[in-house]
Design a protein around this ligand. Structure first.
Ligand code: S3P
Length: 183
């Protein structure tokens, strides 16, 4: 007899830089006691250098290959249920988008451009925004990526008017419904 297919089980956070994926991930980790995989952090630990240095030395493709490799590893049905916080560009590759859907409940954290610029301006660690006109760069990347986030997400939340605790509560309620069919 065939076994019933396993339900996807992780909570996966996607969205543009500065939308709060890492912070919301930590909040969810505290509430659920599931392990948190912050993909950018794991990539930095493995490489032994910062994302900025990976981009500077190997170019964006090197970083994207590391990101895709890690995502494929996370698609492991024997692993415990986890919270996975992704980098903003993970949705660029089609294979990654497939994997994200397979991994679990995909939550798109969204914020308007002005909020993203406010949240990212102090931090120079994001190579894609280290340009003369970061706002124009962010605007075009956002426009390019919106349909891709929409393609993978089960839930979209505008993060601009909510604090991290409220966001976590909203995510947990809708994730419970997704996983069990009960509110
Ligand atoms: C990137 C977002 C970053 C990091 C890298 C590339 C992107 O992560 O993965 O700098 O392409 O949007 P955050 O979204 O956590 O800032």
């Amino acid at each position: 007899m065939n076994e019933a297919p396993l339900l996807p089980k992780n909570i996966v956070l996607v969205g543009f830089m500065g939308c709060g994926k890492s912070t919301v991930g930590r909040e969810l980790q505290q509430r659920l006691s599931y392990p948190l995989v912050d993909m950018d952090q794991v990539i930095e630990q493995r490489a032994g250098k910062s994302i900025k240095a990976i981009f500077a030395q190997g170019g964006e493709e090197t970083f994207r290959d590391m990101e895709s490799e890690l995502l494929a590893e996370l698609d492991d049905s024997s692993a415990p249920r986890r919270i996975i916080s992704t980098g903003g560009g993970v949705i660029g590759r089609e294979k990654n988008r497939q994997l994200l859907r397979q991994l679990g409940y995909v939550v798109w954290l969204h914020a308007p451009l002005a909020v993203v610029m406010q949240r990212t301006k102090k931090n120079r660690d994001r190579p894609l925004l280290n340009t003369d006109d970061a706002a124009a760069r962010a605007e075009s990347l956002m426009a390019e990526r919106q349909p891709l986030y929409a393609e993978v997400a089960h839930l979209k939340i505008d993060t601009s008017g909510l604090d991290f605790s409220e966001l976590a509560t909203g995510i947990l309620e809708s994730a419970r419904y997704f996983f069990t069919g009960h509110l």
